[in-house]
Ligand binder design. Structure first.
Ligand code: NOJ
Length: 725
């Protein structure tokens, strides 16, 4: 049994001391080689092959390893169950006994897989996001995972870019608030609790601007746009206490992010006071060489440590070169100390020195009824109804249904793009959930375009067609040039719709798609993303109206691929392009320019009316608050959960500002016929932006506040910001 109590030789083990004091005590004992060891992360640690390196204090962290005990090898060659064996070498075999930090991608659930992050974002629900994070942390901790690489808060206007699946949408406020909730869910109030793990805001910064939507591509953006858009959700995550931030693969205006001293060391660590760990992305330091900005890994290591990358994910450049770079005077040891201090701070904060081993005899992390209930709520809340001619909700007692399409019997494919631990057999498929309700009135086909499918559709009264993309078409390195449905799917829809019977199209996707023809042909359309383990139950409950559809689009759905990039925060040009006025005066010769489905859009099974907004005062000071009130009335016959959205426009500023920008929202439950007054306390600070000198400012002058059910159906009220009333 390891003795983890403080001794005169190991005073840093005294858990009653403040963390920074413990870090100082430990660092005072460390050799340069041991310090450099704390900046090195390996993939798939192997307690046998890596034993000597661990004992020399030369491995700080491990990526991907999972499973506390019982080490064995899986088919794919990945070692599992080795965490405690590797940890024992570090804690009991190394000179200073510094524990290893085990990280793994737990992106949208661990074993209980929830909707992909873009789906979670569609819920606009911070409570659900936090609960999903909390469950994922608890389950991952059982497998020995102490740190994960989520949330991804890259803002993107690029549906071709597959990684939008992992994002929280296109607006900084939605992305930032959900990120803060996810961080709270993973880390909790005390990240040293056994059921909590560290989170990571990624990828800092500008990754969502990859040219042409090609993953990893170059990024050309000015600092004003970065500050007014792309950096904001990172700042929100930092303010929520996120322990780590991951650097992005891309360059920003010529400087690789892994070498970007200004944005990482000066802005993130300096200006924002972030005192956690900046981790490289996979071989991100080595990639500076591929980017042609360093001749070799030695030079890349020097650039990265100057920039403020604290932990080298797998490139080995720090381990190989940092000592020598310090000894030659090319790198100040203070830079290494800064990195080591941050890594050790995190290890102390996580309680690893007190609780280095993960084994918890008897602990299980398979989905339970309780965790499934959260996954179900999350998946239901992610369903976005984008068209309904009245065919939904389906009446379970009326007639037969054909369920058709490539996802009918799927398990694994409905988990989504980024899950290492979800299991296909844990997924409730659409066919099984619908069969439970309809019994032998359900007919099922695989959706291939065939006479058989058509014959089945002729025999049944309604068709539910499951369309969309397999998750392997979205996520990292999965970009596309065309956001229409995969080949053949529209042919089936056309043929089935041609029969003249009601057709409901259900769209599984990791990105906004060109749904124009689907919207024209189907009687109802529901976008469900990749929903996770409760996929089938969530779908059945929404289709039959046990759960009301309440999701809203967290990204704009463009008219066609050619319209990309599109977003709600479009800025004005010298030629007016107000979507509400100039629909016919498009910017293209061959198409109109409005979005097919705007940001924030989604229907319920009822109708909701909005009153014009009113404000408590027409003028506020730059540090003041105004209360905006809007009355929403459920004018239909079913209950709903309305996402009441608040936007603003700053008509005259130092730099071009978005035509509308989401600044707040409220989730409001309404019974049929019920009216509710919804109030927003709006602080003038919410209108702050980076001006021409890049510093934050709130201007005097008019601000237009706008409320409505989505970014395209808004009613305005103006206020004035004035220093003296
Ligand atoms: C590369 C991805 O960009 C990043 O998001 C992920 O966390 C790391 N690989 C580790 O798997």
């Amino acid at each position: 049994m390891t003795d983890l109590t403080a001794t005169p030789q190991r005073p840093w083990l005294d858990a009653t001391l403040p963390v920074d004091e413990r870090v100082d005590l430990l660092m005072a004992q460390m050799t340069l080689a041991e310090k450099v060891g704390q900046t090195h992360q390996v993939a798939n640690i192997d307690p046998s092959a890596d034993a000597e390196t661990i004992r020399a204090g030369r491995i700080s962290s491990s990526l991907y390893a999972s499973g506390a005990t019982g080490g064995n090898e899986r088919d794919d060659g990945v070692l599992v169950g080795n965490i405690d064996a590797a940890q024992r070498h570090a804690v009991e075999g190394s000179r200073l006994g510094i524990p290893i930090l085990f990280g793994r991608d737990v992106i949208h659930g661990h074993r209980t897989v929830a909707p992909i992050p873009l789906g979670l974002a569609a819920s606009f629900d911070t409570d659900i996001a936090e609960q999903v994070g909390e469950i994922a942390a608890r389950e991952a901790a059982v497998d020995g995972v102490a740190w994960t690489f989520t949330p991804m808060v890259d803002i993107s206007e690029e549906p071709r870019w597959g990684r939008v699946a992992e994002s929280l949408g296109e607006t900084p406020v939605l992305s930032g608030r959900l990120a803060a909730s996810i961080v709270r869910g993973f880390q909790g109030p005390h990240p040293s609790d056994a059921d909590r793990i560290a989170a990571c805001a990624k990828h800092f910064a500008g990754y969502g601007l990859a040219a042409g939507g090609r993953d990893y591509d170059t990024v050309s953006v000015g600092e004003n746009t970065l500050r007014n858009l792309h950096l904001r959700p990172f700042k929100a995550a930092v303010e929520a206490g996120v322990h780590t931030v991951m650097a992005a693969f891309n360059d920003v205006d010529g400087t690789p992010m892994h070498a970007h001293e200004h944005l990482i060391r000066e802005v993130l660590k300096g200006e924002w006071g972030f005192d956690g760990v900046v981790v490289a992305d996979w071989n991100g330091i080595g990639q500076i060489v591929f980017q042609g900005v360093a001749a070799d890994n030695r030079e890349a290591a020097a650039l990265a440590i100057h920039a403020g990358i604290d932990l080298d994910m797998v490139s080995g450049s720090y381990l190989a070169h940092l000592e020598e770079l310090v000894e030659s005077g090319e790198v100040d040891v203070a830079l290494v100390d800064d990195a080591v201090r941050r890594v050790l701070r995190l290890k102390f904060r996580l309680g690893l020195f007190e609780r280095p081993y993960a084994a918890r005899p008897g602990a299980v992390n398979a989905p339970t009824p309780e965790t499934r209930a959260v996954a179900l709520r999350a998946a239901q809340a992610a369903h976005v109804l984008v068209k309904n001619d009245g065919v939904l909700p389906l009446d379970p007692s009326a007639g037969s249904v054909l369920l058709s399409g490539p996802f009918v019997d799927e398990g694994e494919a409905l988990l989504g793009t980024w899950t290492l631990d979800g299991r296909g057999e844990d997924v409730v498929s659409p066919a099984s959930a619908l069969r439970e309700r309809l019994g032998d009135r359900l007919d099922v086909s695989d959706g291939r375009f065939s006479d058989r499918t058509l014959q089945q559709a002729r025999r049944t009264e309604r068709t539910v067609l499951l369309l969309g993309e397999h998750p392997s078409r979205s996520g990292e390195a999965n970009s596309v040039t065309d956001i229409r449905l995969p080949h053949g799917q529209l042919d089936v829809l056309r043929a089935v719709a041609g029969l003249g019977k009601p057709v409901v199209a259900v769209v599984y996707t990791g990105r906004p798609l060109d749904l124009s023809e689907v919207l024209d042909l189907a009687d109802a359309v529901v976008v469900v993303w990749h929903p996770g383990v409760e996929a089938g139950n969530a779908l059945a409950s929404v289709l039959f109206g046990d759960a009301e559809p309440r999701g809203r689009l967290p990204m704009t759905f463009p008219l066609t691929t050619g319209h990309i990039p599109t977003s709600t925060h479009q800025r004005p040009t010298g030629r007016l392009i107000r979507a509400d006025v100039d629909l016919d005066e498009g910017r293209y010769l061959d198409a109109l320019t409005y979005a097919r489905l705007p940001f924030g859009f989604g229907l319920s099974y009822t109708s909701v009316d909005y009153s014009p907004p009113t404000v408590s005062t027409p003028t506020i000071t730059p540090d003041g608050t105004v209360t905006l009130t809007v009355t929403v009335t459920n004018s239909g016959e079913r209950p709903c959960r309305e996402v009441v959205q608040l936007y603003f426009r700053d008509p005259v500023a130092q730099v071009t500002r978005p035509l509308v920008e989401l600044t707040d929202w409220a989730l409001v439950a309404l019974e049929p016929g019920q009216a509710r007054e919804v109030t927003f306390d709006v602080q003038a600070e919410q209108f702050a932006y980076a001006g021409r000198d890049l510093t934050a400012r709130v201007d005097e002058g008019e601000i237009v506040l706008l409320t409505g059910p989505d970014s395209a159906r808004l009613q305005p009220v103006s206020i004035t910001v004035r220093t003296h009333s």
